[in-house]
Design a protein around this ligand. Structure first.
Ligand code: SF4
Length: 336
């Protein structure tokens, strides 16, 4: 079992996980790597964020961790037990302890079920019979800040924020140890995003939950995550403490993402790092450092040699030339 930060036993330990997709016709099959060997651990009570542009592999990785996506190699250990080797039936009890919150708050809820039935559906799915469902409905609605009479509403009668709260209630219904939340604030107004994030943070503290948050929204990451991993073409390019990464990103891709999403602080000057728009196709991964086709700091070595992982304290950076704090981008040519 991997020992995480502070000597704590990790609740989730992912080692060298790979996901391969088969594409093409019967005569021209090709395997492409969607997740290209990532390792991380999450400690009890900790929030870990997976960040990246769409297509970076973060949702595929989360689904693989939860057993919803087949993996081609590597391991997933949850609460001390390997779970990547389990079949669907054996995964069922694991999903009580590791629940998943999907994107699209309204679309992921059955339109014909009332909210009261939706929040208690996990009890029925997992065959938990020794509970009073009426009381559980009241308890769960109260836990997520919804009035008790919402039990009689249907999903189409909910706002985006209310639907997300119902999603949260379903995720915590069976008292899990960990939640994986895929874009928990997608499609919500900024003020409602803050409410949902505060709710998740509050529940994490009250229930001692670990969380994995998948998002492309860096403000969400800064708000809730203790540690983060930045993904590019299915690999981690930088992992570490969220605050330290926000203060001084060491991988050029992280620096570019942060510069495109500056904190709303008018006293801070921001140099926007412009990247050429095209993310390379997974079918044609660039040689060497896969980010070299977009990297303003790229040097000749970058196009031929894949970078090894550089460790700086608890930071891990996949770059030949990690940035020093305050590094400014070189003169940019041809950026979009
Ligand atoms: Fe940029 Fe080179 Fe570092 Fe890749 S290895 S991120 S191309 S500086």
């Amino acid at each position: 079992m991997h020992i995480g930060r502070g000597g704590m036993s990790a609740i989730l330990d992912v080692r060298d996980l790979r996901v391969t997709f088969r594409v093409g016709s019967i005569t021209q099959r090709r395997d492409i790597l969607g997740v290209a060997g990532v390792s991380f651990e999450v400690n009890p009570g900790e929030t870990f964020a997976l960040v990246g542009e769409s297509g970076s592999g973060k949702t595929t990785l989360a689904r693989a961790v939860n057993g919803l996506q087949e993996i081609s190699s590597g391991s997933v250990t949850f609460e001390g037990n390997r779970i990547d080797t389990l079949d669907t039936r054996s995964m069922k009890p694991v999903r009580r302890r590791m629940s998943m919150m999907f994107q699209d708050p309204v679309g992921s809820l059955s339109p014909r079920m009332k909210v009261g039935d939706l929040v208690t559906e996990p009890f029925r799915i997992h065959g938990v019979a020794d509970v009073n469902l009426r009381e559980e409905t009241r308890r769960l609605l109260s836990l997520v800040g919804l009035p008790a009479d919402f039990a009689e509403r249907y999903p189409h009668q909910l706002s985006g924020g209310q639907a997300r709260r119902v999603g949260v209630a379903r995720a915590v219904a069976l008292n899990p140890a960990m939640i994986i939340a895929d874009e928990p604030t997608a499609g919500l107004d900024v003020s409602v995003q803050g409410e949902v994030l505060n709710l998740l943070n509050d529940l994490r503290e009250r229930m001692g939950l670990a969380m994995v948050i998948i998002t492309h929204n860096l403000h969400v990451v800064h708000h809730v995550a203790d540690r983060m991993a930045v993904m590019y073409l299915g690999r981690f390019v930088e992992t570490g403490d969220t605050e330290e990464i926000f203060q001084a990103p060491a991988h050029p891709y992280t620096a570019a993402l942060l510069s495109a999403n500056p904190e709303p602080d008018p006293d801070k000057a921001h140099d926007r790092i412009m990247l050429p728009a095209e993310v390379p196709s997974l079918l044609a991964r660039p040689p060497g450092c896969e980010f070299h086709t977009r990297c303003p700091w790229a040097q000749s070595k970058c196009s031929t040699e894949p970078p090894a992982i550089v460790e700086r304290d608890e930071r891990r950076i996949a770059c030949h030339f990690p940035l020093d704090p305050g590094a400014r981008p070189p003169e940019q040519k041809g950026a979009a």
